[in-house]
Design a protein around this ligand. Structure first.
Ligand code: FMN
Length: 405
């Protein structure tokens, strides 16, 4: 039996080992934010060690102490959606890179995510770049990383996925080994081996930390890469959705090329976007000068502008997943209004902790209702003009505050 000390009211809530919720002793729905209590200690560790520790804690089942009961409640129906034949209970997903080896997808679902993307996985295990390779930019609410696809390889991931209960939606993000001379063969192997175990697959051609990887986004390279991948997917029996994840640093011409190639290749969706090699003006953290991909708040504007553009170029022919700099419900809503059917995040979770997921879902449901939308799907792409004209985020935040108080 486990006693949680509840929030400011200093009362007790009792969880029984059977999983049945015990009596509440004068308790509201909120546990103290344990992550907020742990974060000062985690901040003293190197960023990658802190991630390793939280992953391990989640593997051991400690995730249940990190969130309150609201995260276990069913999602409001306004957030539900059917895409690619899958029912997404809510549109907020965990982006690739946190759970590279598929160790904790179920624990992440229990934190409230509507779907979880694992990977990037490469055919063979690889160590990635030398450490340190993850650099927090505290003042900018951002991270620079140059991990370089460190992962345990397809064998380990496939073994884990084969064991998992098919509860939540799990996507597998595929990459190539750094020393591979045949990129297409690496991705084909990923598709063949993961197709039956994943709910969707992602062709990651946009990480900045594997030399030459992003060149695969160029028109002819992308077309020749996607052809055998679609064939391998079709030969795998089922028709697992195949998505492509792109970089925010594409030139206008490259964006048009990507749109026309993915439409021709019968790709099922786009993920917009990966980290950026750009360093937007205004970054203040010393770590901004580190080499690697920038994620978090400073990525929001560029990745959302690209999302809006891809939505226009794709003309509603495939769903888009918006990712980059989402820190609150207003950001998630803005991604949806720019054209995203689903939204992912990673960096904000590191700074804000797992309560963020429930907070975003609650706020998003309020924002949708306040604007008269009956569902997420109704709101997708409805803010195109506003996004193109640089949205007023402070106005958005004010409307969210009104909607949630
Ligand atoms: C430490 C770290 C590792 C990442 N690793 C991957 C990866 O392996 N594959 C991938 O497609 N994206 C990876 N990403 C990018 C994220 O999936 C996401 O696209 C990006 O961080 C933008 O979202 P955010 O601002 O919410 O973090 C990584 C991001 C971070 C911060």
């Amino acid at each position: 039996m486990i006693y949680h000390i509840c929030g400011r009211r200093r009362s007790l809530h009792v969880d029984h080992p059977s999983g049945i919720q015990g009596p509440e002793i004068g308790c509201g729905t909120n546990l103290p934010d344990i992550y907020a209590l742990l974060r000062p200690a985690l901040r003293r560790l190197p960023a990658e060690a802190a991630r390793g520790l939280t992953l391990h804690a989640l593997e051991l089942g400690f995730g249940r102490f990190l969130v309150d009961r609201r995260s276990r409640e069913p999602d409001p129906s306004i957030l539900g959606q059917r895409l690619w034949g899958l029912h997404f209970p809510n549109p907020i997903g965990l982006a690739a890179g946190y759970d590279k080896d598929g160790r904790v997808p179920e624990a992440m679902r229990r934190l409230g995510f509507g779907f979880v993307e694992i990977g990037t996985v490469t055919p063979r295990p690889q160590r990635g770049n030398p450490k340190p390779r993850v650099f927090p930019l505290e003042e900018d609410q951002a991270i620079v990383n140059r991990m370089g696809f460190n992962n345990s390889g397809l064998d380990a991931l496939v073994a884990r996925l084969s064991q998992r209960p098919r509860t939540g939606i799990v996507g597998v993000n595929l990459g190539k080994n750094r020393d591979s001379s045949d990129a297409a063969a690496d991705y084909v192997e990923g598709v063949r081996r993961a197709a039956k175990l994943a709910d969707y697959l992602v062709v990651n051609v946009s990480s900045p930390n594997t030399p030459g990887l992003r060149d695969l986004q160029r028109r002819s390279a992308l077309a020749s890469l996607l052809r055998p991948l679609v064939e391998a997917r079709d030969e795998s029996g089922g028709r697992v959705p195949l998505l492509v994840k792109i970089a925010p640093d594409l030139t206008p011409a490259e964006r048009e090329d990507v749109a026309s190639v993915v439409l021709d290749a019968r790709i099922d969706g786009l993920i917009v976007s990966n980290t950026t090699i750009d360093r937007p003006a205004g970054l203040v953290s010393a770590n901004a000068k580190e080499t690697g991909g920038l994620s978090g708040r400073p990525l929001f504007a560029a990745s959302t502008a690209l999302l809006a553009e891809m939505h226009r170029l794709i003309r509603g022919k495939m769903p888009l997943i918006g990712v980059g700099g989402v820190t609150d419900a207003a950001d998630a809503y803005e991604k949806i209004r720019a054209g995203a059917s689903l939204v992912q995040l990673y960096t904000a979770l590191v700074f804000a902790g797992p309560h963020l997921v429930t907070r975003i879902k609650t706020g998003l449901a309020s924002l949708l209702s306040a604007d008269g939308f009956a569902s997420v799907a109704d709101a997708v792409g409805t803010g195109q003009d506003r996004t193109a004209a640089k949205p007023n985020r402070s106005a958005n935040r004010a409307s969210q505050a009104n909607a949630t108080t």
